[in-house]
Design a binder for this molecule. Structure first.
Ligand code: PHE
Length: 341
């Protein structure tokens, strides 16, 4: 029986060498060291031996069993490592693959232009001041020297609400009244950005909703030359340092004198093209010295204080800079358009 045991030991060691996967390992374990395995069987039959041989046999059998168990465990570990490595190599998870990128939104072209505008005005000491989009007729028109039935109201076709006298602002100019009333009689310098609404036939050049950036400066020593110098500085920063800027006289009820600002066409450099209607100039803003009536409505004494104001359209500026021919792209939410910015 002892011989049998030693042979079994050798067999077990040998066959373990050719075990290469978890299944074969389990078969091996059952065959040799499991509860119904051959070593266990031999140990059970120890009673058949003469009494004086039993102890030695039992001792040897246990040694062999312990040794085979240790071999089994180290083999099991090797196989586990091997199978793990293999499954990583051929499995569904390739940890070296680059991840799927998350699609990122972008900043809307209008907002990009707005940020550029804020930054330039901030350099010149103008803070951003926001006021409401739902206005009353009084602030949107009357306080700005545009009484009921004034023919100039035709310049601003208005969306009314069901509440009489409550409208959507047609321009950012009512912000002049809000900001002056809040700070008079201190000097102020603000840009007042935001959405405006006009009851218009939508076309390539007109939307019913658009941004404006109003500017206002009020103090005790502000002249037309300050207005022209400041707006020229702005125009040359946003359109290019060498751009010519010109002022044409115009009319707004809330400024006197009133002007429109043109820059030399950035696409044809003044030679004349379809964007500038072959004039060589692009209109970028309306402006003027604040009308004494408006200053007074804002809480300033026009004998002491003076100021200038201007209004510009960020969508229009974006269109001019990028040669965009149709304003309807801005709120069309077509990614093929938006992704270009
Ligand atoms: N509010 C005017 C408009 O919408 C623009 C403007 C603003 C003109 C300030 C002069 C001064 O057309």
């Amino acid at each position: 029986m002892l011989d049998q045991l030693e042979t079994l030991y050798k067999d077990a060691q040998q066959s373990l060498g050719s075990v290469v996967n978890a299944n074969a390992l389990e078969t091996w374990e059952n065959k040799y060291i499991g509860r119904k395995g051959e070593i266990t069987n031999l140990l059970r039959s120890v009673g058949q031996l003469p009494a004086d041989q039993r102890a030695a046999f039992g001792k040897r059998a246990n040694e062999i069993k312990n040794d085979l168990t240790a071999l089994f465990e180290s083999r099991a570990e090797t196989i586990r490592q091997h199978e793990l490595a293999q499954s990583l190599e051929e499995g569904g998870i390739d940890v070296t693959l680059p991840g799927r990128s998350v699609p990122m939104g972008g900043i809307h072209p209008s907002n990009q232009t707005l940020r550029e505008i804020y930054a330039i005005w901030a350099d010149m000491g103008f803070q951003v001041f926001r006021t409401r989009e739902v206005e009353d007729d009084e602030t949107n028109f009357e306080m700005l020297n545009i009484p009921q039935h004034h023919p100039a109201r035709d310049m601003w076709d208005t969306f009314h609400t069901t509440t009489p006298g409550v409208i959507l602002r047609t321009h950012t100019s009512p912000g002049q009244i809000h900001s002056m009333r809040k700070f008079a009689p201190q000097p102020i310098r603000f840009v007042l950005p935001g959405m405006c609404y006009r009851y218009e036939q939508i076309s390539t050049r007109k939307e019913i909703q658009f941004n404006q950036v109003e500017g206002i400066a009020v103090g005790t020593n502000i002249h037309l030359s300050d207005l022209k110098g400041t707006i020229t500085a702005f125009a040359q920063r946003i359109f290019g340092a060498d751009r010519k800027v010109r002022y044409r006289s115009s009319y707004f009820p809330f400024t006197e004198p009133s002007m429109e600002v043109d820059v030399e066409c950035i696409l044809c450099e003044g030679k004349g093209c379809s964007v500038c209607s072959y004039s060589g100039w692009l209109e970028i803003a309306g402006c003027g010295m604040i009308h004494p009536v408006v200053l007074r409505n804002g809480g300033y004494d026009p004998n002491v204080h003076s100021g200038f104001a201007f209004g510009m359209g960020p969508e229009r500026i974006t269109m001019l800079k990028h040669g965009i021919k149709d304003i309807r792209y801005f709120w069309g939410n077509d990614l093929r358009f938006l992704e270009q910015f």
